[in-house]
Design a protein around this ligand. Structure first.
Ligand code: ATR
Length: 273
């Protein structure tokens, strides 16, 4: 079997080994996929060792995505813009290559799995950290009417606006604080880690209209804190990030194996695990 792994710290909670073994079973690909906890001070050594031992590909998770990006000798265009990498492999010349499949993952989940139209949509994105930077490029590529980035620290949202303005096309791209928007959006994406501290971004309830789709990049067994809030404000459609997690994994699998696994049965299986 060809060997793959996810590297993070901590790593025991990772769903990637489960997801990729379901993909392997479904496609019949000879893939073995494990989890590796890298020491915080030696991510590079862990990666080098993995590939020296014949490993074929790595996924990278918290807190190493930026380091993976730095370590790589080559980056795909989407990884370049994302400033972080979640997928590593060796190219034909044996050079460590970085890709980022997170943005592709959220777009596939929204568009293909949930039937959300991003073209022409007015989108509110909450947060301006690595998670948001990782997905903005692919979202803008779908041709939304506008993307408003709201963040606790305004300067970080403004920095993302500057960075992504060149790829915004016809989309209006702007930055603001959480309290500022007071009109309903077509789509609200929560990319903050506020719920990890049991917090909610202090948004006006008026950002939620009857047809607003709410997407939390986080996922949990129960409805996420943010989605619970949105439902209480009258949102009719809320999704968590489990589909995104499976879609980004599927895109990595496709990069490594040239085969696209079906994702919906895997999402369903994970909900039942
Ligand atoms: P990640 O990789 O998850 O994006 P990050 O780069 O640390 O991690 O970014 C976390 C994001 O969640 C940021 O937008 C952060 O806001 P700041 O830029 O103001 O720090 C946001 N965030 C974290 N805790 C939050 C909270 N309690 N309330 C609101 N926003 C929060």
């Amino acid at each position: 079997n060809d060997l793959y792994a996810v590297v993070g710290n901590p790593i025991s909670h990772s769903k990637s080994p489960r997801i990729h073994s379901l993909f392997a079973r479904e496609t019949g690909e000879p893939v073995e996929y494990t989890a590796i906890q890298a020491p915080l001070e030696d991510f590079a050594g862990t990666v080098t060792q993995f590939f020296e031992r014949g490993g074929k590909g790595l996924n990278v998770t918290v807190p190493f995505k930026e380091e993976a990006w730095n370590l790589a000798k080559r980056r795909t265009e989407r990884a370049e813009k994302a400033g972080a990498a979640n997928t590593l492999f060796l190219d034909e010349q044996g050079l460590l290559t970085a890709d980022n499949t997170d943005g592709c993952g959220i777009v596939r989940d929204l568009v293909d799995n949930h039937g959300v139209t991003l073209a022409g949509a007015r989108i509110l994105v909450l947060g301006a950290g690595g998670a948001v930077r990782g997905v903005l490029g692919p979202i803008l590529a779908e041709g939304p009417a506008s993307v408003t980035i709201a963040n606790r620290t305004l300067a970080r949202a403004e920095a993302l606006v500057s960075l992504f303005a060149p790829v915004a096309g016809a989309a209006r791209l702007d930055a603001c604080g959480f309290e500022q928007p007071t009109e309903p959006f077509d789509l609200i994406i929560n990319g903050t880690s506020a719920s990890l501290q049991g917090d909610l971004p202090p948004l006006s309830p008026r950002v939620i209209g009857e047809r607003t789709v709410v997407y939390d990049m986080m996922y949990s067994l129960q409805t996420t804190t943010f989605n619970q809030w949105a439902l209480e404000q009258g949102a009719q459609i809320v999704h968590d990030g489990l589909g995104m997690l499976v879609e980004q994994a599927a895109e990595s699998f496709r990069i490594w194996r040239g085969v696209s696994p079906a994702t919906l049965p895997v999402v369903e299986q994970l909900r039942n695990d």
